[in-house]
Design a protein around this ligand. Structure first.
Ligand SMILES: [Zn+2]
Length: 420
């Protein structure tokens, strides 16, 4: 793996689809990590020049909740109807075996596949995160990384997990001019203690780190909180000092209107994972209500079997209709683009002057987001932070041979562990 060098890039006559704006044609000029010019004027041609006239151009797409270590087992659809059943049969079987080499192989496989689908940034929470950070760094994508802090499975001691998370932060936080950031990852209310959460809140304040946590994915999370602490889950997090602008909360299926109001008040982010929520029978999050109450909502892949962001956007649309509280195509598109800027702490999610140069040139000439969601085209070029990571359809930051080796190794581990 090697991080490609930057050079000036000129995309000529591109058809740009920004969230919430009519399609427009323009030349895009990239210098260093940002879009230095955008318009009908001509720009210098002293670097890479791409004739983009026959392609659709969008901002990069971001998955705000992933577990790269679980990527190799995400295709196991199973027959479960509860998160705990899936965890018993998959997570607690798979995760304790993961060596750093396994996590590296899983991360290479996942990031390579993500790049081939136009996913250019992730908020990932798992184990052996130092090697995951290395893969993210050399692959050139954006990352908000945290250790899944818990007292079960991979870790039997939550304090050891917190220590690993802090080591990750001291090594990787704000790396490569902020392309990689580190958050604290208390996994979920049922797998950490009150004391641990209080310490996380203290460190969050002291070091100004973000928090990435699963909340109210299943009703049991809320019940656990009211049984043990006498308040709702979000009230509990608020009282402990966990909420804030850099707090990102995955799922939020069982949140009450009062809890949604608190999240809005503290400007925290909800990460919608509609495919996983349906796959595990968890329920459908109240995305319409959250958007109407000015909650920043993004989208994640979690353990979705296809791990495709277009499938997830489509599922978000369908799930909202099942609730009879629909979101629009543009709103769904925003979840994977502009709304992700808070998660990755960068000016991203639109192809505009002075935004970070995270751009995808798709192998299609559609002028409607709907078409992209349904067609799921392949990227022709992927540019992240001003670097070309996919060039004429070929991934250049991860060697294909290295990807195939990693995939073969990790998939044979899946066969061993699950005897399939
Ligand atoms: Zn998750």
């Amino acid at each position: 793996m090697s991080l490609p060098k930057r050079e000036p890039i000129l995309l000529e006559n591109a058809l740009i689809l920004n969230p919430g704006e009519p399609p427009r044609r323009a030349n895009i000029y990239i210098e260093e990590d940002r879009i230095a010019g955008l318009g009908s004027e001509s720009y210098p041609k002293h670097g890479v020049v791409v004739d983009a006239s026959k392609y659709t151009v969008t901002p990069g797409l971001y998955a705000s909740h992933t577990h790269l270590g679980l990527y190799p087992v995400s295709k196991i659809i199973g027959e479960w109807v509860h998160l705990d059943e899936w965890a018993e049969k998959i997570a607690w079987k798979w995760e304790p075996h993961l060596s750093p080499e396994d996590s590296r192989d899983a991360a290479i496989m996942a990031v390579y596949d993500y790049l081939s689908k136009g996913i250019v940034g992730i908020a990932d929470m798992h184990f052996n995160m130092d090697v995951v950070a290395e893969v993210v760094y050399y692959a050139g994508i954006r990352g908000n990384l945290s250790v899944a802090i818990m007292n079960k499975g991979f870790y039997d001691n939550e304090w050891k997990a917190l220590k690993d998370n802090l080591e990750l932060a001291s090594k990787w936080h704000k790396k490569d001019n902020g392309r990689i950031i580190v958050s604290l990852g208390p996994c979920t209310i049922r797998l950490v203690s009150k004391e641990l959460l209080e310490e996380v809140a203290r460190i969050k304040r002291e070091k100004n780190l973000g928090v990435h946590m699963h909340v109210a994915e299943v009703y049991d999370d809320e019940k656990y909180c009211s049984d043990n602490y006498g308040v709702s889950l979000i009230e509990f997090l608020y009282q402990r000092g966990i909420l804030g602008e850099n707090t990102i909360l995955a799922h939020g299926v069982w949140l009450s209107s009062k809890e949604i109001e608190l999240i809005s008040m503290f400007k925290s982010t909800i990460i919608h994972n509609p495919v996983t929520n349906m796959l595990l029978g968890s329920g459908i999050a109240k995305i319409r209500e959250m958007i109407d109450r000015n909650v920043n909502v993004t989208i994640g892949l979690d353990i979705s079997p296809t791990q495709n962001i277009f499938d997830e956007i489509f599922a978000a649309l369908l799930a909202s209709r099942l609730r009879r509280a629909p979101i629009s195509v543009i709103e769904a598109y925003r979840l994977a683009t502009i709304n992700s800027s808070k998660v990755l702490n960068a000016k991203i999610g639109a192809v505009k002057k002075d935004y970070k140069a995270d751009i995808i040139i798709w192998n299609t000439r559609s002028s409607r987001i709907e078409d992209l969601i349904v067609e799921k085209p392949k990227p022709y070029y992927v540019i992240v932070d001003g670097r070309i990571l996919v060039n004429k359809g070929e991934i250049v930051s991860i060697d294909r041979k290295e990807y195939l080796k990693a995939k073969t190794r990790i998939m044979s581990r899946v066969e061993e562990v699950f005897e399939i």
